[in-house]
Design a binder for this molecule. Structure first.
Ligand code: UD1
Length: 362
């Protein structure tokens, strides 16, 4: 039977790519999104890219804090599982407006979990982040590393992870997979969907992309005195399509059955997943300068650089171990930084203003 999946935040960057992979994988997808930092055009394009499978996508503009609307949705649909992306994610903004982040991310999630429990939908994949490793003492980060938050945004991820562990402890019917993303970049190879941040981008690649299309004059490199190969920060960049496929692998794990034999009868029973956590990265570290140079090669554009001091709160080197995801989810990233930059440029050159127009963006 076709599984019906609810995707919160499904119009966003990672959400839209995951919805496409879900549809292509034969799932039905119901997307809810408040469109605060995303566009309904992404949903339209996903529907087109999915071809015949596009008919299996339904979209509702809905904020998770609107409890009544959420109740109504669950009362009228049956969901086999939920993938929960919805949330605010800008580190600097979270420092300035912590209550906004706690309200949006934590209250939204508690509403979702409560409504899921009432309706007996207890399978969840949650978008966590490598930010919960804080400033790791060593690399690669493995899932059992000590956790710490360095800003309110990170704290919301950490709290939600803890909430998920607690709900499983209180009720073993829950099956939860927490996915810790490293640095998602790139776009769908069609160049039809991609990342479209509002305002000035905080993250490296959206900024590089805006320099390449002429929207910003230069990239500021935050720190070239780290003890890394070229002095710049090192991260684990992962192609957004690989990351999306990681969600499909996690869902399949949630739906996994075991074969049992009792009194000469063979029967299937659901595996006891509990609340498990997996890193989604490539396991490789790439510096800022290496990433810029790969992007220059892919785009044929020169990215002017301005060297500056370290960005407060930044870690030196962060990359993850992918061993657990490979072993237990049967998932491994396929793409390297050349493909990430190729697809990022393809998206950027076809959509220099993202889903908007030159006057709708800063
Ligand atoms: C950042 C967040 C992290 C969040 C992640 C989401 C901070 C401190 N951390 O991680 O909590 O989970 O995004 O993807 O914001 N860089 C530049 N110039 C720029 C932008 C970035 O040199 O204009 C450098 C950074 O110093 C860093 C690397 O590029 O070394 C990657 O930065 P970024 O894309 O912001 O990701 P993270 O710092 O890993």
């Amino acid at each position: 039977m076709t599984k019906n999946i609810l995707i919160t935040g499904g119009a966003g960057y990672i959400g839209s790519h995951t919805v496409l992979q879900l549809l292509l994988g034969g799932f039905k997808a119901v997307v809810i999104d408040n469109l605060d930092n995303s566009s309904e055009i992404a949903i339209k394009r996903v529907t087109e890219l999915a071809g015949d499978f596009g008919k299996n996508l339904v979209f509702h503009q809905l904020d998770l804090r609107n409890r009544e609307a959420l109740e109504q949705l669950f009362a009228t649909s049956n969901f086999d599982a939920v993938i929960h992306f919805a949330g605010l994610k800008a580190v600097g903004e979270s420092v300035e407006k912590p209550l906004l982040y706690y309200n949006n991310n934590i209250i939204g999630t508690i509403n979702l979990l409560e409504v899921m429990a009432v309706h007996g939908c207890k399978k969840l994949v949650f978008s966590s982040s490598a930010t919960v490793y804080g400033w790791p003492k060593e690399v690669p980060c493995t899932e059992d590393f000590p956790l710490c938050a360095t800003n309110p945004y990170g704290r919301t991820k950490l709290f939600i992870e803890e909430i998920c562990r607690d709900i499983y402890l209180s009720d073993s019917e829950w099956k939860v997979i927490l996915l810790r993303y490293f640095n998602p970049v790139g776009a769908h190879p069609s160049g039809y969907i991609g990342e479209d941040p509002r305002g000035i981008p905080n993250n490296l690649m959206p900024f590089v992309q805006q320099v390449a299309v002429g929207r910003r004059p230069s990239l500021t490199v935050y720190g070239n005195d780290y003890s890394t190969k070229d002095g710049t920060g090192v991260r684990d960049y992962i192609h957004v399509v690989d990351l999306s496929d990681g969600h499909i692998a996690a869902l399949r794990k949630l739906f996994e059955s075991n074969i049992g034999v009792a009194q000469q009868l063979i029967f299937l029973f659901e595996s006891n997943i509990g609340c498990e956590v997996y890193n989604l990265g490539t396991g490789k570290g790439t510096s800022v300068l290496e990433m810029v140079s790969a992007f220059e090669k892919a785009s044929g554009k020169k990215i002017p650089l301005v060297m500056a001091g370290r960005r407060p709160g930044d870690a030196e080197v962060v990359y993850g171990s992918t061993v657990k995801a490979e072993r237990e989810l049967n998932w491994k990233a396929k793409y390297g930084i050349d493909e990430m930059c190729r697809d990022q440029w393809n998206w950027a050159s076809k959509n220099p203003y993202g889903y908007g127009s030159p006057d709708s963006t800063e």
